[in-house]
Design a binder for this molecule. Structure first.
Ligand SMILES: CC(C)(COP(=O)(O)OP(=O)(O)OC[C@H]1O[C@@H](n2cnc3c(N)ncnc32)[C@H](O)[C@@H]1OP(=O)(O)O)[C@@H](O)C(=O)NCCC(=O)NCCS
Length: 143
């Protein structure tokens, strides 16, 4: 498995892998944007690249997920439905946390309250509830 900067994934066949991820039901927990076709997927990726630090997770030639930081120290992650519950994200996540802690002392995750899978996932990595809004929990991990 390897992490590849999103900017390297737009202009080749990997855009189709990323489009597939955006069609998963869980994508709305990752982003509020609705992606209808490859072109809107590309435009969305250009926006992500400009505004955040995101990477594709590559397994056997296919992009199976996305992980990255936005708003400086907020971590976000998504796996293609077909590759969930197999430990793939758990494998790359510690490396990605180490990378974040080189830049900042605290990493945050903003999670919709109903997103039990993501809450389970982030707690597994030692994140603790830090604050909440009416719709979201904010989890935090310190260096
Ligand atoms: C949140 C999300 C990324 C979690 O994905 P996931 O597949 O559960 O995460 P992993 O790949 O690390 O899988 C871990 C699970 O795989 C299972 N597993 C199977 N084989 C395994 C192996 N060899 N090694 C480790 N885990 C394995 C375990 O049951 C483990 O679950 P556990 O933590 O209860 O023990 C995923 O549900 C998702 O993409 N959701 C939609 C987007 C989203 O909500 N993003 C977060 C926004 S805040």
């Amino acid at each position: 498995m390897e992490l590849i900067k999103l900017s390297q994934l737009i202009d080749n066949t990997h855009i189709f892998d990323i489009f597939e991820i955006t069609q998963n039901t869980g994508f709305k927990n990752f982003s509020n944007v609705e992606i209808k076709d490859i072109n809107s997927c590309k435009n969305y990726l250009y926006w992500l690249i400009k505004n955040s630090d995101y990477y594709g997770i590559k397994l056997n030639g296919k992009i199976i997920g996305i992980v990255g930081y936005h708003s400086v120290n907020y971590i976000a992650y998504i796996l293609n439905d077909k590759y969930q519950k197999q430990g793939y994200l758990s494998k790359v996540f510690p490396i990605f946390l180490d990378y974040g802690f080189q830049i900042c002392n605290e990493i945050l995750a903003s999670i919709i309250k109903e997103n039990e899978k993501s809450i389970h996932f982030i707690q597994k990595f030692g994140f603790e509830l830090f604050k909440e809004t009416p719709e979201r929990y904010i989890y935090k991990k310190s260096r």
